[in-house]
Design a protein around this ligand. Sequence first.
Ligand code: ADP
Ligand code: MG
Length: 623
Amino acid sequence: MSAAPTPDVVRPVFDEAAGAASKPAEGRSMDLGSKRLLWIGLVVVAMAVVPLLAGNFTVSLLNDIGIGALVALGLVLLTGIGGATSFGQAAFVGIAAYATAWLSTTQGMSPWLGLAFSLLLTGLSALAIGLLTLRLGGHFLPLSTIAWGLSIAMLFGNVDALGRHTGLSNIPALTIGPWSLADPRAIYYLIWALVGLAMLFSRNLLQSRPGRAIRSLRGGAILLASVGADAYRVRLTLFVTAALFAGLAGWLYAHMNRFVSPSPFDVRASIEYLLMAVAGGLGHLAGALVGSALVLILKNGLQDVLPLLTQRAGQLEAVAFATLFILLLHFARGGLMGFVRRWTHRFSAAHAPREPMPPVSPLPHRTLPDRGSPILSVTGAVKRFGGLVAVNDVSFEVKAGEIMGLIGPNGAGKSTMFNLLTCTLPMTAGQVRFLGQDIAGLPQRKVARLGLARTFQHVKLRPHMSLLDNVALGAHSRTSSGVLRAGLRLDRTEERQILQEAQRQLDRIGLGDRAHELAGSLPLGTQRILEIARALAADPVLLVLDEPAAGLRRKEKMALGDLLRKLREEGVTILIVEHDMDFVMKLVDRLVVMNFGSKLVEGVPSAVRADERVQAAYLGSVV
Ligand code: ADP
Ligand code: MG
């Protein structure tokens, strides 16, 4: 069992699962696909039969498990995949439960109207809370979730219209036409149908454009901005989505129990939901279900046993859960599904080749500027880090269709220069114009959307996503499907276009036949090349590459050189930082040499090579 030092360990299992499930498989894995369908079919039939055979207690427990699973599902998405921990999810359950309770009791409206009202109110609350808190970094976000979790639960207990601490009772049962869902056996079907739909929605979502952005959130805001996505918006959308799952659960809860009071929505309940997600496996959608079942069955068991042992059963229950939490975090961060996955992977070909997709019309391309016209000009760029001047008054111009090199000893300021011209870092002084537009001060993602794609010296890939998904992320700004379209699978044409484009770029860099392997399994040098494919998927005007040949063997470097020359022929402009002098000199049309943050020389390779100042700069350093 692994007890890795970061909570990141939950990612692998999930991403792999999503990758493996994303496309129809052929041959042996096709059998696995139909086997899977068979299993799902069996489970559905079994679930449908249970209420006919089981006792009242079991049916009620299953209803609770279904409702818990809905909330936990939101947490798997938000916390497990998106990396934002929420200790306040029960508050959203409460907002929805109280909303529908209030509307259907004091206002006498239909519970179905209550559903719309609940979701609206939950969504708006999540939006407001998210806008206020999601920019908080580090531990402040989880802390703030505790704060609003506490205050919302407190609010329920202090508002007269909501019955203060006694709550609201006599909530009407749900009805569908002539059928009443007052009986637990009847509402059971609604609950589990909704759980199934929510699972399906989440699964679709994760295998889509917004889903890839969500799965990349842990890679940081800079990664997302480099493909034209706004990490804050992605996180906010995810936060609202997770809250809406909780809202759905709250609405069901209110009409199932027919009574609401503040305590089931307090922070303790939130922690229980989080525990469900962790116990089931934060990296797996099914973890929500498994975790909810595990926690609620355990809780019921404890409630039966503990009173026999002590009079302080409530406190002991809290201790038991806390212990379980700690044990899980120490020994099984992948949760129960982590074990299941490891076990099933032994028997399945996770990386079997996939069936080729039927071709679709390609994504639209940009018109590239005329060869030779200036597309990027940097004027008097300055960057200070405190007292250190990393870039000192550097100016140069890049023309369409050329390969321009930026070289210089280690620490010369090349990467910083790249960060300035891609607006990854704000400039201290100076100007950058790209395609005639002043871009200094623009957010990085807007610059990326203009057609400036980059790779990173320190590779920023999602190691547990497939090569194909990593590259597909690059096409983010060329496409538009959102969470709702993706979840409802209305995005399939666009999704096929994206995957086709990603596959084309992978073929272009020679990794086409490894599309479904995980990016993390590639050697570092090859990962750099993969980043180029991701950048190309954005259909860039200017490609900015930071040391793409580092870590490559001679042959691979030659292949990279060929690729870059081919791109130049196709009209892509390239700006490249590289350490290998031989490689650069043979490749580029022009060079800028930097030393100690300043521009030393600019010119064609032969002139630069002959320049005394360049030789002097390089003699003192390791090239
Ligand atoms: P190069 O890519 O040419 O090797 P860099 O641009 O990475 O050089 O770094 C130039 C100088 O700026 C170095 O002295 C480096 O230590 C410093 N530097 C780079 N980034 C930062 C930062 N975020 N904070 C402080 N100093 C930095
Ligand atoms: Mg560098």
